[in-house]
Design a protein around this ligand. Sequence first.
Ligand SMILES: NC(=O)c1ccc[n+]([C@@H]2O[C@H](COP(=O)([O-])OP(=O)(O)OC[C@H]3O[C@@H](n4cnc5c(N)ncnc54)[C@H](OP(=O)(O)O)[C@@H]3O)[C@@H](O)[C@H]2O)c1
Length: 339
Amino acid sequence: MVDGTNEIVAQQLVLKTVPKGLTKTEDFAVRDVKLPPVSDGQILVKANYIGVEAALRLIVRDSDEFLFRVKPGDVVRGTCAGIVVESKNPSVSVGDAVLVGKGVQDYILCDPDEFELCDLDQAPLDAWLGGFGVSGLTAYFAVFSECKPQPGQTVLINGAAGAVGSIAGQLCKLAGAKVIGLTSSAHKCKWLETELGYDVAINYKEEGWLDRVKEHSPERLDVIFDNVGGDPLNQSLTHIGMNGTVLLCGSTSQYSAENMSGPSNYIWLGTMRAKMQGFVIFDYEDKYPEARSRMSSWMKSRKLKFPSHQISGSISDFPRVFRGLYEGENLGKMLLKIE
Ligand SMILES: NC(=O)c1ccc[n+]([C@@H]2O[C@H](COP(=O)([O-])OP(=O)(O)OC[C@H]3O[C@@H](n4cnc5c(N)ncnc54)[C@H](OP(=O)(O)O)[C@@H]3O)[C@@H](O)[C@H]2O)c1
């Protein structure tokens, strides 16, 4: 916002306390920060969308063990897609679209190395945070470089209706595999089957879900694409196939647990000569342009959708939207759309 002296006052979300269990609105606070004038080389960006990441819950834990850490008093980590409103950088014009990973805030002052220009001919701005952003790239490299599903094989994806899962399922279909999704409601199952082309989607909150998975994969599972860990992973391990791959993409069910726990059914990996594979998207950074070019052409030929679940509001709404992600509200990438 612009104050009475014509200066920009940014709203930033900071962590107030280390959350216990699922995050609460009171764990966060909004602070107003008067931004200094834009100096040479810098740009000023107004955020249009802020990505809501499951992994944020992991990095607000009271622990330095994970890739990143946000401590009480720090700006909450996050990436925005926005528009340049002022530029003193000769290679950037007012109106250009950019991605900025400087946390949850509505106006952001960026140095030359703190933003990435978005080519809106490749994909719309909201998609640059979701299916065309890190979530979609995660699905792309996890599928094509790690899981490598083949025609005739069967893939099980948990967290299937989320940001990564919604793209991973479509890519496995493009690779010719049969795709089974796990998610938490009949509504989300129907969406996966009718909108995204999953062969079948199963509600893992219903009794007997594993029996249904088995009905649809009589020759066992060639790939388990694991976004959530916990019980969905543990039970499905008993049905991994010979030389199968279990791709550890994420462990959403564990991020807010006081004591994290791993799968006890690991013994099936031994019997089936299967492997469990860790994966971090940042290892593929130099290949993003190549992936984006293929994903953009699939989008344009209507072979790939970039679904996003947009909730309009201001920075103060972020904690509520983040909580909604953990309550399974989203179909595709959860985004806070800044009004
Ligand atoms: N390895 C990497 O480089 C990399 C990169 C990006 C993301 N990730 C990870 O990939 C995973 C998916 O990320 P995303 O952005 O696509 O998130 P997301 O799936 O959009 O996250 C939210 C979904 O997780 C499910 N969920 C929430 N709490 C759960 C619980 N206790 N048990 C089971 N499911 C639960 C809900 O789906 P349902 O309604 O279906 O339960 C919810 O809609 C995350 O763990 C993230 O950290 C990894």
